[in-house]
Write a protein that binds this ligand. Structure first.
Ligand SMILES: C[S@@+](CC[C@H](N)C(=O)[O-])C[C@H]1O[C@@H](n2cnc3c(N)ncnc32)[C@H](O)[C@@H]1O
Length: 153
């Protein structure tokens, strides 16, 4: 018997941080990503050091990819998958009305400098969360994940 087609099988997402500064932020984002069914997380131009506070052992649940360079990351983006920059930017769309792509990779900027211009230019979309001040990067990533899951599931 033919199995019924299910649109949810055509979607996935990953999320990551460009040049993250603290292992705590990577760990917090990793935990949210795992709990809300992300396929993977990643960091660019930084190395992760294991946290003793990681009681869920998230490293055993979903993979963390570590890219040495921005180019290596950009080269790895899968076919038919959109790169979505999460950033406070004049060109960004408000997340409230944003329709998340079925297959998406969300990229957040570093705690100190945000997303560099060259990376923003490579994003298919830029989305912004509400508020006049920037949020903690792991919090911004977690809200983005929640918005996606809320709208698509
Ligand atoms: C602490 S912020 C970086 C702030 C940096 N000092 C700047 O002025 O660009 C770290 C990252 O969190 C994310 N972020 C924080 N607040 C955000 C917001 N309101 N909307 C979208 N992304 C946000 C972005 O990815 C940002 O690059």
């Amino acid at each position: 018997m033919k199995r019924k087609w299910d649109a949810s099988e055509e979607r996935y997402f990953g999320i990551g941080i460009y040049q993250p500064k603290t292992a705590e932020n990577i760990g917090s984002l990793w935990r949210t990503a795992h709990i809300f069914n992300a396929s993977f997380i990643f960091i660019i131009e930084e190395k992760y050091k294991k946290q003793s506070s990681d009681v869920l052992k998230v490293w055993s649940k979903i993979p963390l990819f570590q890219y040495k360079t921005l180019d290596a990351f950009l080269d790895s983006i899968p076919y038919s998958c959109k790169l979505v920059g999460v950033e406070m930017d004049a060109k960004a769309q408000a997340i409230k009305s944003y329709q998340h792509p079925p297959r998406a990779i969300y990229i957040l900027g570093s705690e100190d400098n945000g997303l560099p211009h060259q990376l923003k230019q490579r994003c298919h979309d830029l989305v912004q969360l509400p508020g006049d001040h920037s949020l903690n990067v792991a919090v911004a990533g977690s809200i983005t994940i929640f918005d996606r899951v809320n709208k698509l599931e």
